[in-house]
Design a protein around this ligand. Structure first.
Ligand code: PLP
Length: 362
């Protein structure tokens, strides 16, 4: 088994993989209702929320699409706060549904600043919502001012929609405490489950916006999802096997304890950053805003990113992720979220060291 050190899909514990081989059940029957309730109750604890939590069969982008199509109407002005590729995906989604996004972009490698968000909101009183990526997987940046940005949005009576796909479940995202309206996560990240399930929480404020929202929607209609989930079902045939796996992964998460999971992620992230610096490499994220789930590393001079990735994969059995779009060739990414141990991290660092040596550096 290669050491899969990409920021999702993440490695799946063997018991979780095994849980996916269970016999199929009737998704309209009583066993499924019990399974769905057990999953949503615990996933809501991970979300730290009493809000409704939709369990959708989709990738994370499906969850983002649900967040946009249920709350943003054609012509609505919204503010998209971007620090990387995934923030820009929100802009594309809003445009696809006829909304009018204003992008407030921060330089790649840096985090968003709540004061500038507030200024941008002041500049256009018609803005209805702020869309925001909590943990920007493409740059390895944590938007550490999540709470302040939520406060800026609510201070001006805007909805706050958060992509927490690569943070929630690995790092604390206290949805109710921060009063976040719509929060998206995805099974293939910290949840230790294969891709296939997206979660979307919906606050009372967001339901009011959904009632007013004129955007056509069907598969991702959150009202339908809520009505179905209240009867122990999902509106459409769900990814039953992935839900079996999620059920098992949640057992493991609560056995470990959420605080322990957060501590483990913080500790291992530090271990990765220290190890990478010790190899003489530079981190891409600015100091103080480095993500605790994925580390973006500058490709050292004289080495080609493609050669680095292929050498690590072919000779040292370790899979790192490349840079996306304009960061392609400039950075590579070391994932450390979900089912990750000291040994995984140390093996990853050793593979990186051997790769650099092989390529004539170090
Ligand atoms: C922060 C963030 N947003 C959105 C996505 C998109 O999720 P998916 O690829 O599951 O559609 C990802 C996953 O790579 C992500 O890390």
């Amino acid at each position: 088994m290669p050491n899969l050190r990409i920021p999702g899909p993440t490695p799946v514990p063997s018991e979780v993989a095994q849980a996916g081989t269970a016999e199929m059940i009737n998704h309209r029957g009583p066993e499924f209702a019990v399974l769905l309730e057990r999953i949503t109750d615990r996933a809501k604890r991970v979300y730290q929320t009493d809000d409704f939590l939709a369990v959708l069969s989709a990738s994370g982008t499906g969850g983002m699409e649900a967040a946009v199509s249920n709350h943003i109407s054609p012509g609505d002005h919204v503010l998209v706060v971007t620090v990387g590729v995934f923030g820009e995906r929100f802009t594309q989604l809003v445009q696809a549904y006829g909304g009018e996004p204003t992008e407030l972009s921060f330089e790649y490698g840096t985090a968003a600043d709540a004061n500038r968000v507030d200024k941008a909101l002041a500049a256009d009183p018609d803005i209805r919502a702020v869309l925001f990526t909590h943990n920007e997987t493409s740059t390895g940046v944590a938007n550490v001012q999540l709470k302040e940005i939520a406060e800026a949005a609510h201070g001006r009576d805007k909805l706050i929609i958060v992509d927490a796909i690569s943070s929630l479940s690995s790092l604390p995202v206290p949805v109710d405490e921060y009063d976040l309206d719509v929060v998206v996560s995805g099974s293939q990240k910290g949840w230790m489950v294969p891709p296939g399930i997206a979660f979307v929480s919906v606050s009372d404020r967001a339901w009011e916006a959904a009632e007013r929202c004129t955007t056509p929607r069907f598969y991702f209609d959150l009202k339908r999802a809520k009505e179905s989930q209240e009867t122990g079902q999902t509106p459409w045939t769900p990814a039953v096997s992935v839900l079996f796996q999620l059920d098992h992964a949640l057992d493991m998460m609560f056995e470990e304890g959420l605080e322990q999971i957060y501590d483990r992620h913080r500790r291992l992230a530090r271990r990765v950053r220290d190890g990478v610096r010790a190899l003489g490499l530079d981190l891409f994220a600015a100091e103080g805003v480095e993500s605790d789930t994925v580390t973006a590393i500058k490709v050292p001079e004289g080495i080609e990113a493609r050669a680095l990735l292929s050498t690590a994969r072919e000779q040292f059995d370790t899979v790192f992720a490349g840079g996306q779009r304009t960061l392609n060739g400039k950075i590579f990414r070391f994932g450390h979220l979900g089912y990750v141990t000291d040994e995984h991290v140390d093996d990853g660092l050793k593979a990186l060291e051997s790769t650099l040596k092989q390529l004539g550096r170090g």
